[in-house]
Design a protein around this ligand. Structure first.
Ligand code: GTP
Ligand code: MG
Length: 419
């Protein structure tokens, strides 16, 4: 009997072993370890999953583009040189486009948003409008007036604020006006349309050899710093750069430019204290031609737009530069301190009346909560914003792109707002 029982137990054990061996590892899992067919189905097919991975992918691709450009290695530099040597002369529009400042055209929305942090805080441009609209069942006249006030106090300007709010009232139905998300989207669309309209030819073209870029603006706007940032960028792209110390007025100005020059490893052409700024820039352009340099970045002394003699001096600088090279300066960039708000708009208008300004550089956007200023000044001057400064470091210079900027400043609606 005992023997029979032992034999039976062995037979059952062997049978169970053989049965289990015939199954796949997956089949051997305990039911509780296996994802249910329902769960698999639901994660594969529902929209929330698609929606939650898309921003991650976007963020990753943006983060990849966020990395600062590294200086080319020796071999990369040589490659760049040979590519440049092989380039045919720019004759057609497409050839010109190929010589645009392409490598810097990265879409760094993450970096932009970080730089615009003050504007996105609860007490900033984004935060204040979002707080007004969020959770509202109805956007009544009172809220509309408060939105207008935020736009006005964020230096969007009276006229532009009026245009934006009128358009929103005219285009949205009564029902749409009671939906905060729709109102928010309409605001974003207006900002995009205003900035987009002035955004043609925003890239700085480097098709001339050398391309001469003159920076002008009021005192302390960030001209010299922007030159340092641009020189860093161009050098990292393998281009040869010369700096012209056209600020012969301020005692420490040449030294400030030399510090940048030494740091980046580019030559600074300068004259004696009090020298004629035009002649310094003339010399720099001629030297760049001799050396076959790609870019001349010319600094000028800061000046108040109201000082007619100083504005006349700048006009002379432009004329003298043209004598050094036909068509130069190829860009006259007006550097504007964004923290000066509407004052800066008035100053900028005066500069534009006196000089062939080709675009703006808006600096210190990291230091203001009034990011709406960018929309205001672009609309008031009808002048492209070419670059924006978001800090003091060499890498804190961004190409301006209307889409990216609006995304960074007003991205995500009021209900899903994060400030
Ligand atoms: N936070 C911040 N500071 C900036 C930015 N651009 C320039 N600055 C700072 O602004 C100050 C003035 O910059 P400068 O480049 O000397 O200005 P400038 O227009 O050459 O001044 P002048 O030569 O006196 O007319 C410096 O302390 C810079 O570091 C920016 O985008 N963000
Ligand atoms: Mg300066």
């Amino acid at each position: 009997m005992v023997v029979l029982l032992v034999l039976l137990t062995i037979a059952v054990a062997v049978g169970a072993y053989l049965f289990l061996r015939g199954k796949s590892p997956e089949q051997r899992q305990l039911p509780s370890e296996r994802p249910s067919a329902d769960r698999q189905q639901s994660t594969r097919s529902t929209k929330p999953r698609a929606a939650s991975t898309a921003p991650k992918e976007k963020a990753e691709s943006r983060l990849a583009s966020e990395r600062p450009a590294q200086p080319p290695t020796e071999s990369e530099g040589a490659r760049l040189e040979s590519v440049k040597a092989e380039e045919p002369p720019a004759t057609s529009a497409s050839a010109e486009a190929a010589l645009e400042d392409r490598p810097s055209q990265v879409h760094d929305v993450v970096g932009l948003r970080r730089g615009l942090d003050r504007s996105r805080r609860p007490d900033g441009f984004f935060g204040r409008i979002a707080a007004l609209l969020r959770g509202k069942k109805e956007i009544d006249a009172d809220i509309a007036a408060q939105v207008e006030e935020v736009l006005l106090t964020s230096d969007v300007g009276v006229q532009t604020t009026q245009i934006i709010t009128d358009r929103i009232r005219d285009t949205l139905t009564r029902q749409q006006l009671s939906d905060p998300n729709i109102v928010w989207d309409a605001l974003r669309a207006e900002a995009r349309s205003i900035l987009g309209a002035t955004a043609q030819a925003t890239s700085i073209s480097l098709r001339h050899k050398p391309t001469v870029i003159l920076l002008v603006g009021v005192n302390g706007a960030g001209k010299t710093t922007t030159i340092g940032k641009l020189a860093t960028r161009y050098k990292a792209q393998g281009r040869s750069v010369l700096l012209a110390a056209g600020d012969t007025f301020r005692a420490a100005a040449v030294q400030q430019l030399r510090v940048w020059g030494n740091r980046i490893g580019v030559e600074v052409v300068h004259g004696k204290d009090g020298a004629d700024p035009g002649s310094v820039i003339f010399d720099a352009v001629r030297k760049a031609q001799e050396l076959g340099a790609d870019v001349v970045l010319a600094d000028t002394a800061g000046r108040l737009h109201t000082k007619t003699n100083l504005m006349a001096e700048l006009k002379k600088v432009v004329k003298t530069t043209a004598k050094a090279m036909d068509g130069a300066p190829h860009e006259v960039l007006l550097v504007v301190d964004a923290t000066n708000g509407q004052n800066a708009v008035a100053q900028a208008k005066e500069f534009c009346q006196e000089l062939p300004v080709s675009g703006m550089v808006l600096t210190k956007l990291d230091g203001t909560a009034k990011g709406g200023f960018v929309v205001g000044i672009a609309a008031a001057l009808q002048l492209p914003v070419k670059l924006i400064g978001l800090g003091e470091k060499a890498t804190d210079l961004h190409d301006f792109n209307a889409e990216d900027f609006v995304e960074a400043l007003l991205g995500i609606g009021p209900e899903g707002t994060s400030v």
